[in-house]
Every structure is written in C-alpha cells, then in structure tokens.
Design a protein around this ligand. Structure first.
Ligand SMILES: *[C@@H]1O[C@H](CO)[C@@H](O)[C@H](O)[C@H]1NC(C)=O
Ligand SMILES: *[C@@H]1O[C@H](CO)[C@@H](O)[C@H](O)[C@H]1NC(C)=O
Ligand SMILES: *[C@@H]1O[C@H](CO)[C@@H](O)[C@H](O)[C@H]1NC(C)=O
Ligand SMILES: *[C@@H]1O[C@H](CO)[C@@H](O)[C@H](O)[C@H]1NC(C)=O
Ligand SMILES: *[C@@H]1O[C@H](CO)[C@@H](O)[C@H](O)[C@H]1NC(C)=O
Length: 888
C-alpha cells in the first residue's frame, strides 16, 4: 500500500529536475499546497484525498507543491479542493466520527496539509523602466509631509519645491528620497563668517575645516553687525532638517566657515583660505569678487592663482577642490564676468542667476565664462534660508551670491553619489546636464558641439536630478592638458613691464582682426583631445577701455564675445595682458583658424592700439598612458612678446613676484547687490551683448552710466542710484518730506555707527601695527602711510548705512594694479594690514592709490619708482584685486 505513493513521489522528483511544467489556467485551477510530512500522510495520499494532481515542487520552496484540478463543470462548484479540505478538517475534529482506519487516514491527511493557496493570474507591473511619476506635481506641503520635514519655512523655499512654477527649481527632492542628502561631503564657505551657534547649522558645522583669517581665531564667528552673508549661504547647502527655518539642498552634508571678508586680508591668507583643510573639504563656495561696478578689471594674484591650481591638483586626494564662484551682480552697470579673474578662471565653476520664473534678473552678469545658472532672487521673490542667530530665518537673501551656494549644494549631492568625480568631471557634467531655459531667448546660440549656450544662462539651469543621475554613470575624463599657442604681435607690437609700447595697429571702428591657426599635427604632438576651455590674452592700449570690444570666432564659426562695451569703464589702461576665458567652445574641434576681432566704439577722441594676443586651448589628454605634465602657474609675464616662462613647480624662480606681498582692502559690507534685487525684473528676450556692438547690454541708458562714472565716486555707487531713484519717484508725493526727515535721522545713526565701528576696528587691528612696526617704515608702506583716508571713510560711511557702495574709492578709472613692482624691495612686507592702522591723514587712501593705474603722485612714489615700478607686471589676470566684494 505504501509502495505506490513512493513510486509516485519518485516520479515527481524526476520531473522536478526538468523545466517547470506548462500551465493550463484555462482548463485547470492551480493551488500551492504546503505539506507537513511529519504528520504522517504522504503527498500522494493527500493528492488522492483532495482529488488533485501534483504538478511539481513550487519553485525552490521545500514542501510546497503546485497541484491542479480540472475546472469544475458547474460554475458554482468553484473551489472543490478547498471544500474537500474543509470537509476533511471538520471530520477530523468531530468527536463523533467513527474510529475506523479510513477516518484515521483522513485525519492524518487533514493535519498533513498545512496550507492551500489558490493561484490566480495577476498582471505584474514592470519595474524597468521606472514608473513615470504621476504627472501631478507635488507641492511643498506634500513633500514636507512625505519626507517628514518639520522645518517651518520649508514651504517658502521655492528653490527646493516651487509651487507656482514647478518647472523652475533645483529639483532635488527625488534625490533626497533616494538617500542622497550630501552625507560625508564638506563645503567651505569662504565668506564673512558662519554662525555655528545657529540651531539650523550647529549639527552640520565642521569646525576642523573652519578658520577666521580676519581675526585669526579658529572659529569663524560673525562679529560685525552685517556678518550674516556666509551664514545665509551655508544654510542654503546644509541647513539641518529640524524645526528651524528650512532645509539645505544637501541637508546631511557638513559646512565649514572660512572668514576673509570682514577685514583686510593678504594674498597669502586668501591663498591659504582657498586650500584650507583641502583634503577633507571638497567644495569652496565663493560668493564674492572684485567690485561689480562695470569698470573694474581685477583678478587673483599669483599666490592665489597658485593656491587654486594647488587645490585642483592636490585637493581632495588629487580629485581636485571644487571652486564655485558667483558670476557677479553688476549686470545693471553693464559689468561682465570676464572682467573678473576669479569667475573667468578655468579652475572655477561660474554660476549666474535666474529667478523663480526662470527669467534672467538684470543684475546677473553675462559673459562667455558663465557655465550655468541657479535659482535665486528676482521677479519679486527671494531665497529663504538660515540667518545669523540661534533660530533665525532670512527671507531676503539673493543675488548671484545665493546662486553659487545652490550649485555647491548640488555638487555636494553628486559627490556623495560619486566621490571620485574630479573637478573637471563636475564641469563636464554642468555642460552636459544643465537645462535650457527660455529657449526663445535670442541670447541662445548653438555651439559647434550642438548644445545651446547663452552668455546669460551659460549652458542652462543646474538641475539636481539631472546632474546627479548623470554623475552616477559618468565615465571619468582623462587628465587635463593644454596648448599655449605662440603670441601674435600685431605690426611688431610690444609692451614692456612699464606698459611702454611700440608697434601695433590702431583700432578702427569696424575692428581689426588677427588669426591663430591650430593644426591637427599640433594636437597630436601635444596628445590633446576634447577641447574644454579657451583662454585668450590680449595686449591693447586704449584711452577709454570701456569702448573696446573683443570677440573670438572659432574655425567652425562659433563666436565668443569676450569683452562687450562697458559704458562706465573709463580706464585708460586698455588691456595690458588681460586674460579672457570662454566655455562656449566646449567639445568643439579646435583645428583651423581662430580669429580675434578687436573693435572700438570710438567715443569722442578716444583711441587705442591692438598690440598682440595669445591663445591657449585646454582639454583632455588623448592618451593617458603618455606622459603629461600638470599645469604650472606661470610667473607674471604680461609683457609682449612674452618672456620664455621659467617657472619651477613650486613657483619659485629667479624673480620676485610683486603681488605676493600685497594686501587687499576688503570693503565691509559690500552689497554690490542692488537693494531691489528681489524685485529685479527678469527678462528672456534680449541678447546679453548686441551683435552690432554699438549698444551693449546695460538696461540703463548709456549716457547715464557714462556720466555718473566721471562724477565723484561717492555718488556713482550703483545700488545707491537705485535707491535714490526710488526716492526720486516718491518726491512728488508728500511722503518725500517724511522720508527726508527719516534720512536725516538715519544719517545721524549711521555716523554714530561708523565711528563706533571704526574704533572697534582700530582696536582690533592695533596688534598688527605693533607687530609690524619695522615694516611700516619701509618701502611701499612708507608711501602708503602718507596716503589719505578720505575715500575709505566715505566707503565706511556708506557701509554704516548698510546700503552699499560698490565704489569704495576715488578711482573711477580702473582697478588694475600698477605694481609696486620692484622685485625684492617689498618682499615680506605685510603692508596692507598696517595701512588700516594708520589714523586718517590727508591725501588719498594708501591702498587705493597704490594699486591704481592713475598716475601716481611723484612725491609718494619716488621710493617706489626708484625700485623699478612696473605697473604692468601684475596687471590683468595677474593682478590681485584689492576690493574683495562680498554679497553677490
Ligand atoms: C525634476 O526631475 C524629474 C525627473 O526625476 C522630472 O520629471 C521633472 O520634470 C524635473 N523637474 C524640473 C523642475 O526640472
Ligand atoms: C581631515 O584630514 C586629516 C588628514 O588630512 C585627518 O587627519 C583628519 O582626521 C581629517 N579630519 C576629519 C574630521 O575628517
Ligand atoms: C617687424 O620687424 C621686422 C624685423 O624686426 C621687420 O622686418 C618688419 O618689417 C617689421 N614689421 C613691421 C610691420 O613693422
Ligand atoms: C631659465 O632657467 C634656466 C635654468 O634655471 C636659466 O639658465 C635661464 O637663463 C632661464 N631663462 C630665463 C629667460 O630666465
Ligand atoms: C620701468 O621704468 C623704470 C623707471 O621708471 C626703469 O628703471 C625700468 O628699467 C623700466 N623697466 C623697463 C622694463 O623698461
């Protein structure tokens, strides 16, 4: 009796090895039967008792059997198997059933069947491709609910979830859901401090990477009344998910504060700041730069450029520090980010602004070095972020200052997902994943690589989801290489270190052209592939720099406007070896003729000469196996023809670098951002630079700017113009009278604040002066101490109002530094610090005169000149800016 079932089981076992049996759901009902062999009944006994046919083992589940029974003829008898089992179980339980052998057998069967699962057909939904999210757009409230945000102001953080314009936001919530929140990534805010006591930042504060270069203490405590900028920027990246204000884009990442903007700082301190804790810190978010006044042209000094190169080569375990720079807020003054040596550095990612409707706010600077845009103030909206204080929230943050941290936040998310991304990988991902906004805007032009590019939006708006998803599968680029093409001298044009020139071609109105040819052989010889940045250095003299326009046309006909007209730029220095940069030729084939066109807007009797230019192309090595050397920052060699460069890896060489000893004035506070930036009317219908070149971008009437620029600088401050013009429109009302009275009161308070601040500042700086007494007597410092304070006082007075001057000195011409060049003479002097200790005296501000290109006073400069002053040596990209200006 037992034999039969056994053979049956064996037969079944042999079936098991084979493929699963074909199913016949039309004719049979299928069940999975869970068998308990220990209860005595064999599978075959159960099968016969229940009237089912054993098909096979159910997958890999032990003691689970797929069984079937022919579908019942009558519909009503839908589940004969379950009913027979039920019958067996009832019978087994019944105390009245006779104790026959067959009853016992049925009991055994009943208890040997642990479970029976009827099988019904069900359609599974495919997992891949991932289900398209329902088109319904989630509101901030819904996101907050789902992600359990308690942060009370999250609903106002439209840059995270934009209820009104859902297509315009940083698009990061999907990443948060995937657990990408910036864990393990550190961003440093090189700024005016960071309030680590804020409940919204304390938990994410990274003290080890923080330092105060203004007060030389370990913690970046905001001290001055307006030291809130760095805190607000930090909140955008790493505001904690808690019950304070809102959240940061990378709310599980860490932030460090490196304080440099709250007082004067030397180049070496700034250089050190940009490399501070650079193995642990990945990102340096920098929302400052030279004045955005439409007439400055300044860049980082040699040591600072060296520090940035050190950062991208050695930082983050050799992956490279990420430098994120705000493009600048001087759009209304016609300022352009190619006149700022930080934003036009190939080593930084330059981020401009768009507003919550996706428009271009008029303060945001355009240029060919703009890489992407990120959301910030404009169109009636601001950025909501953590503010200085224990439990404070700011609803008035903005400008390109707030665009850069939003980009930094996205990079922090990407580095969590892909810690191995190099600094150039991040730039590649920006170029590839930024989203085009306002496609009808005439500023968009197609690049040779087929991407839309705009001077206003760069490659488009940075999107968290697009950037990070692309990063996750990104193949790392080959190491960087570059080719310096030999400088072209126009009509034997030369310029020496004193800016003395010979030769060159006068610049006619319709421009003068020159060409440089790149050959295939040249690329092969240099193991060069994959064009990225193009830099162009020009030597041009002109009695009014703002009239000169420079553009570069690639072999494929792609045009990069490097310098468009700047109405406010009256400098008479021209471009003594200034370097422009463009990202518009990314991935273009560089072989062929590159044409530079220099043209002149010929105002009055202003004129100039085009002396020469050089070009460098930057990209990837074609073959990483071949030897390639890392880039070395050349010493200042802004002379034409360029001297053979003779640098060693540590940058030391026979000559002394003048800018290494300089200090810069860092105005406090410097809201170059127009006061009404949040109201700034966005636009999406104007090219950044007009094609004819006769009418460039400023939204302001040209005459306006030109005139104001020649007037006293304390009156020309752009933001103030905005402010006063508002008042002007009110003047017709009665309100004017009360405002006037208010202004008088404010003025009084301002004066009080100014003197209070100055006395505080002096006390703080007293240490330096006593430390460096010896230096003071010498060289540049000696000269400086005879300078006057008047302009600086004016500036500070403006500061005291909290209203901003972007013009803190008496020089409306330029910000280029004619160097105190004398190599050797000033080495080691930390003169800048001392300047600020001097009591006000007659004359002009030491630093201001010192770095200006206006003729220096013969008396003051005698000592300097005897030491071979070389105004040109630090000019252009080589020079350091003296007004770091915060609050972009
Ligand atoms: C955000 O990303 C999702 C893809 O996850 C996309 O469907 C959506 O359109 C994006 N939104 C914006 C504003 O870019
Ligand atoms: C930072 O990096 C240094 C080495 O460069 C390491 O010793 C230190 O532990 C790191 N600190 C943190 C907090 O990770
Ligand atoms: C440039 O200099 C070379 C030699 O020094 C001379 O032959 C040539 O004529 C000069 N060109 C011009 C345009 O002056
Ligand atoms: C460059 O350096 C080498 C050796 O260090 C030296 O012989 C040469 O004269 C230098 N050239 C210049 C132009 O300084
Ligand atoms: C620059 O001018 C100074 C004096 O004005 C002079 O001593 C020096 O030789 C000049 N330098 C050059 C390169 O001509």
């Amino acid at each position: 009796m037992r034999l039969l079932p056994l053979t049956l089981v064996l037969a079944i076992q042999s079936v098991l090895a084979a493929q699963p049996a074909k199913r016949f759901y039309n004719t049979h009902d299928y069940y999975v039967l869970e068998h308990d062999p220990l209860e005595g009944a064999s599978l075959a006994e159960i099968a016969s008792a229940l009237g089912v046919e054993v098909v096979e083992q159910a997958g890999e589940l032990a003691n689970h059997w797929l069984v079937r029974v022919a579908k019942g003829l009558q519909k009503r008898d839908a589940d004969p198997v379950l009913r027979s089992l039920e019958g067996l179980r009832l019978e087994a339980k019944s105390p009245h059933s006779p104790r026959s052998e067959s009853t016992l057998q049925r009991r055994r069967v009943a208890s040997s069947v642990k479970n029976v699962f009827p099988q019904t057909l069900r359609q599974r939904v495919k997992r891949a491709p991932p289900p398209i999210r329902p088109p319904k757009v989630e509101t901030a409230e819904e996101v907050a609910h789902r992600l359990e945000f308690q942060d009370p102001e999250f609903g106002r953080q439209w840059h995270l979830v934009n209820n009104d314009y859902p297509e315009h936001m940083m698009n990061v919530t999907a990443l948060w859901e995937d657990g990408i929140t910036g864990k393990g990534v550190i961003t440093a805010f090189v700024d005016d401090g960071l309030d680590y006591t804020s409940d919204d930042l304390a938990a994410n504060f990274y003290a080890y990477g923080s330092y105060d270069y203004n007060d030389h203490t370990d913690l970046p405590t905001p001290v001055l009344f307006d030291d809130h900028h760095g805190t607000r920027c930090a909140g955008q990246v790493a505001a904690v998910k808690n019950d304070v204000c809102g959240v940061g884009i990378a709310y599980d990442s860490k932030v460090a504060g490196i304080r440099i903007l709250s007082g004067p700082i030397s180049d070496i301190d700034e250089a050190a700041a940009l490399n501070y804790d650079y193995q642990n810190t990945s990102i340096y978010s920098c929302s400052w730069g030279p004045p955005d006044d439409g007439r400055s042209m300044e860049g980082p000094g040699y040591l600072i450029r060296k520090a940035m190169v050190n950062g991208i080569q050695q930082g983050r375990g050799g992956k490279g520090s990420l430098y994120v720079f705000a493009s600048g807020n001087g759009g209304r003054s016609g300022d352009q980010c190619n006149f700022d040596g930080y934003t036009n550095s190939i080593f930084s990612v330059t981020v401009a602004a768009i507003d919550f409707k996706g428009y271009h706010p008029d303060y945001s600077e355009s240029c060919a070095a703009n890489m992407v845009v990120a959301y910030t103030s404009g169109g009636g909206n601001y950025i909501t972020t953590t503010d200085r204080g224990k439990n404070k929230c700011s609803h008035s943050h903005g400008g390109t200052s707030a665009a850069a941290p939003n980009a930094a936040g996205i990079f922090a998310l990407a580095l969590q997902a892909r810690p191995d991304l190099g600094w150039r990988d991040v730039q590649h991902l920006c170029v590839r994943t930024a989203l085009q906004v306002n496609p009808d805007d005439p500023d968009w032009e197609q690049t040779a690589a087929g991407r839309p590019y705009s001077y206003k939006y760069g490659y488009g708006s940075l999107s968290g989801v697009d950037f990070v998803k692309a990063a996750q599968t990104w193949k790392l680029v080959n190491p960087q290489t570059w080719i310096d093409l030999p400088a072209v001298q126009i009509n034997n044009g030369t310029m020496d270190a004193n800016w003395t020139t010979t030769g060159g071609s006068p610049i006619p109105e319709d421009g003068v052209e020159s060409k440089i040819t790149v050959t295939k052989e040249l690329l092969e010889d240099h193991n060069f592939a994959g064009l990225e940045h193009v830099t162009v250095k020009v030597w041009i003299t002109h009695t009014r720099r703002g009239d000169v326009e420079v553009e570069l046309v690639s072999p494929n006909g792609v045009r990069s406007v490097l310098a468009a007209r700047r109405y406010g730029d009256n400098a008479n220095t021209g471009y003594p070896g200034w370097t422009f940069m463009t990202v518009k030729h990314w991935d273009e084939d560089p072989v062929g003729e590159w044409t530079i066109r220099v043209s002149d807007q010929r105002k009055e009797d202003q004129s100039g000469v085009f002396l020469g230019w050089s070009m460098s192309i930057w990209g990837s090595v074609a073959d990483p196996e071949k030897e390639h050397k890392p880039y070395v920052v050349p010493l200042e060699d802004d002379v034409l023809p360029p001297l053979p460069s003779n640098t060693t890896d540590d940058g030391s060489s026979s000559s002394i670098v003048p800018s290494s000893t300089s200090t810069k004035t860092i105005p406090r506070p410097t809201e170059h951002l127009p006061g009404d930036h949040g109201e700034s009317d966005g636009e999406n219908h104007k090219p950044a630079f007009s094609t004819t070149g006769t009418a460039a971008s400023p939204t302001k009437p040209p005459e306006d700017v030109a005139e104001s620029a020649t007037a006293s600088p304390s009156i020309t401050s752009t933001p103030d113009e905005g402010w006063f013009s508002d008042l002007g429109s009110l003047a017709s009302n009665q309100v004017w009278f009360f405002l006037a009275i208010g202004a008088v009161v404010i003025f009084g308070v301002g004066v009080g604040l100014f003197f209070w601040r100055r006395s505080v500042a002096r006390k703080r700086r007293a240490n330096y002066s006593s430390l460096h007494d010896d230096d003071v007597a010498m060289g540049a410092v000696g000269r400086n101490s005879s300078g006057a304070r008047a302009p600086r006082q004016t500036k500070e007075l403006y500061d005291a109002f909290g209203e901003v001057s972007d013009d803190e000195d008496a020089d409306e011409e330029t910000a280029l530094r004619p160097h105190i060049a004398s190599p050797g003479l000033h080495t080691g002097l930390h003169s800048g610090f001392l300047d600020d200790d001097d009591p006000p005296t007659a004359g002009s501000d030491p630093k201001e005169t010192r770095y200006r290109d206006e003729p220096e006073s013969p008396v003051d400069d005698e000592k300097e000149r005897s030491g071979a002053t070389s105004p040109g040596s630090g000019s252009g990209s080589g020079s350091s800016w003296e007004h770091a200006s915060e609050t972009r």
